[in-house]
Design a protein around this ligand. Structure first.
Ligand SMILES: *[C@@H]1O[C@H](CO)[C@@H](O)[C@H](O)[C@H]1NC(C)=O
Ligand SMILES: *[C@@H]1O[C@H](CO)[C@@H](O)[C@H](O)[C@H]1NC(C)=O
Length: 496
């Protein structure tokens, strides 16, 4: 399934707001609450968070906590503990995490609900006395700014509040056991939050560090072009609402892994969509996209044996030339050659009507393969419609509807003539040769590893016009039908 780039209103489609930023990073990867939730849950699992909960030292925590030098309480604790053979967590799970904004700037909180059953064994009754404990750990994630080094995401605080704690007995018991259980619960209530902080928060810290390392791995994953590579790196993180925004730097490398182009912050203002419902989005600045396309469509020379490859068009060219010079037309032999040279790489840009690609072509016509001097040479300003669409996790670009906007006669051995006469046939020739050659190079598309790494099957792109004429793309996730990827190109090209 593919979705074409369209100029629909992003705001209407996504309910997004546009926030102008004054310094535009080359790319912005925004990870929404859903992605943060999934990545942190995975890390907590890897770090064995539930195992830690199973090992919570309930007995020793009760012993330490409330006595605090008050003799009466101290003796209460020991009178309770006297009746308990063992006390431990018998089952534990971490429920669905919730990612929420906080009142503080550049901060979000991840609520980690903990669901546990604890039990104790007492000589007073044969069965285990079980109670249900529900509490929550809260991890506050913020941006740490540093005057010399780069900013980074940090776990600002980790705690468990008394207010999130609920403990209730699971069994019906005799009066005696019930009163013992109540005492145990009363001692656990003040002890548990501190215990969660001491035992679980270090694990949450490790999980957070792992998640942050995963973020960096995600943004640094090379994007293979052919030829060369596109690589992103973290410039600075930010938090907007309950999303993490990673501002990225970009560089293009050639096939020998040499950096051919750097993209840093630019002074142009950029309108970034916020509050979209996409699990994640990737916005790429227009100059980066244009250079990526240019890297794939490296300039080369096409030599076309016109009468051999496109006999119909060879005839049409001859007839067009006949209209102004019969002698010249008769000289065009069966071995006539057309040399098509790209003056520089094509540029992708946006106009009011859609995404476009512009290229400057030099076209030399040789009457036969024996000729060393061209019959005539033309400079052609050509443009095409540019379509972006997704196939799986790849971004595919395709050009069609080529038109020759202006044709300059540069050198002519057949005197001056009005180049407009050749417009129709040359448009067909360039579509059949140059454009299909370019589409062939672009056919495999640009793989976006982020999509698969985050567990989505595909992304789709679309086009959006904003404050500074951006061309913006976003993608659809096959499961949730929500947008996942953004691309952004801004038009600043004028051709000739
Ligand atoms: C962009 O930043 C990189 C690393 O900070 C630097 O090496 C490079 O020279 C910069 N390029 C430009 C064009 O400013
Ligand atoms: C027609 O082309 C020939 C060369 O093929 C040239 O010598 C001649 O001057 C041209 N005639 C006109 C009228 O342009």
């Amino acid at each position: 399934m593919t979705s074409l780039w369209v100029f629909t209103c992003l705001s209407a489609f996504l309910g997004a707001k546009l926030v102008p930023v004054t310094s535009a990073p080359p790319a912005v990867l925004t990870l929404g609450p859903e992605v943060i939730n999934e990545m942190l849950t995975e890390q907590l699992k890897d770090q064995g968070a539930t195992t830690i909960l199973h090992k919570l030292p309930l007995l020793s925590a009760m012993r330490q906590e409330p006595s605090g030098g008050i003799p009466l309480l101290g003796s209460l604790v020991s009178s309770v503990l006297k009746h308990i053979i063992w006390l431990r967590v018998t089952s534990a799970s971490i429920l669905q995490l919730q990612v929420q904004p906080t009142v503080k700037d550049q901060e979000l909180v991840v609520r980690i609900p903990l669901d546990m059953v604890a039990g104790f064994n007492t000589p007073l009754v044969k069965t285990i006395v079980e109670f249900h404990m529900e509490t929550e750990a809260q991890a506050f994630i913020g941006v740490q700014s540093s005057p010399d080094g780069p900013h980074r995401l940090v776990l600002r605080d980790c705690l468990s509040s008394q207010s999130s704690l609920r403990i209730s007995l699971l069994n019906k018991l005799s009066f005696l056991v019930n009163s013992l259980a109540d005492k145990v619960i009363n001692l656990l209530v003040p002890a548990l939050p501190q215990m969660v902080k001491e035992e679980l928060c270090p694990v949450i810290q490790t999980a957070f560090d792992g998640m942050y390392a995963d973020f960096l791995k995600l943004v640094k994953a090379p994007i293979f072009l052919s030829p060369g590579l596109l690589r992103f790196d973290l410039l600075s993180p930010a938090i907007t609402g309950s999303s993490i925004q990673l501002n990225l730097q970009a560089k293009l490398l050639d096939s020998k892994a040499k950096v051919t182009k750097w993209f840093n912050n630019s002074d142009t203002s950029l309108a970034l969509p916020t509050q979209h419902r996409a699990p994640f989005s990737l916005i790429i600045r227009e100059d980066v996209v244009s250079e990526v396309v240019a890297a794939i469509l490296f300039p080369e020379e096409l030599v076309v044996l016109l009468d051999f490859v496109l006999p119909e068009l060879a005839r049409e060219l001859k007839m067009s030339i006949e209209t102004f010079n019969k002698t010249a037309a008769s000289l065009l032999g069966p071995t006539q050659i057309m040399k098509i040279v790209l003056k520089n790489s094509p540029q992708v840009f946006l106009s009011q009507t859609g995404a476009k690609m512009a290229q400057l072509v030099t076209l030399e016509v040789f009457a036969s393969n024996k000729d060393v001097r061209p019959f005539f040479t033309l400079g052609i300003e050509a443009s095409s419609e540019a379509q972006f669409y997704a196939e799986d996790d790849r971004l595919i670009l395709n050009f069609n509807d080529l038109s020759c906007n202006r044709i300059h006669l540069m050198i002519s051995d057949i005197n001056l003539f009005n180049t407009d006469i050749l417009k129709s046939v040359l448009t067909k020739v360039l579509s059949a040769t140059l454009l299909s050659n370019e589409n062939g190079k672009l056919r495999h598309g640009i793989p976006m590893p982020i999509v698969k790494t985050l567990g989505y099957d595909m992304a789709s792109w679309s086009v959006f016009q904003g404050v500074t004429l951006p061309l913006q793309a976003w993608g659809l996730d096959s499961e949730s039908s929500e947008s996942v990827v953004f691309g952004h190109i801004r038009a600043n090209m004028s051709y000739l």
